[in-house]
Design a protein around this ligand. Structure first.
Ligand SMILES: [Zn+2]
Length: 160
């Protein structure tokens, strides 16, 4: 590696790598990158989110290719040293989710109270007059709600 590259720079480049299922959410915003180690080969550690939810192999490849374009050799290790929680999604990530039409997950501290799981804020009208329709949406990480104000369904990124 001839160039001086900082961890902050690598993080910024990784903003280009998006969750294949939620193309507005970058892996850094998701909080799945747990460690970056600089060297001849940049070593990146990431933690899986929902089992079988985002395509880990696809994301690994995407990280490697994104850094290759910047002239870096990268290695990605998926491990469980740190467990992922939806609380790790950045504020920017939560905003992006909402714009995408997915209700961001509530903080898990609130979520401990199961009643809260039944409630979600509609990403369209911000209304709370919503109803849980199906805790299992199109993917494991999403639940389907119905907004009585908009009279339309929406999905929530499930808290974990
Ligand atoms: Zn609504």
């Amino acid at each position: 590696m001839n160039k001086v590259v900082t961890i902050a720079q690598v993080k910024e480049w990784l903003e280009d790598v998006k969750d294949p299922e939620i193309p507005v959410l970058s892996l850094t915003d998701m909080g799945v990158i747990t460690n970056i180690q600089l060297g001849d080969t940049v070593k990146i550690e990431m933690t899986p989110t929902f089992v079988g939810c985002p395509a880990i192999d696809y994301m690994k490849q995407d990280i490697i290719e994104t850094l290759e374009k910047r002239g870096l050799k990268a290695e990605v290790e998926v491990n469980f040293k740190k467990s992922w929680s939806s609380d790790l999604i950045s504020e920017k990530g939560k905003k992006a989710l909402k714009q995408f039409g997915l209700a961001p997950p509530p903080h898990t501290k609130i979520f401990k109270d199961l009643e809260i799981l039944e409630n979600a804020t509609c990403p369209r009208c911000n209304g709370a007059n919503t109803e849980l329709k199906n805790p299992f949406g199109p993917t494991l990480c999403r639940a389907i709600f119905y907004c009585h104000t908009c009279k339309e369904a929406f999905e929530q990124f499930k808290p974990l």
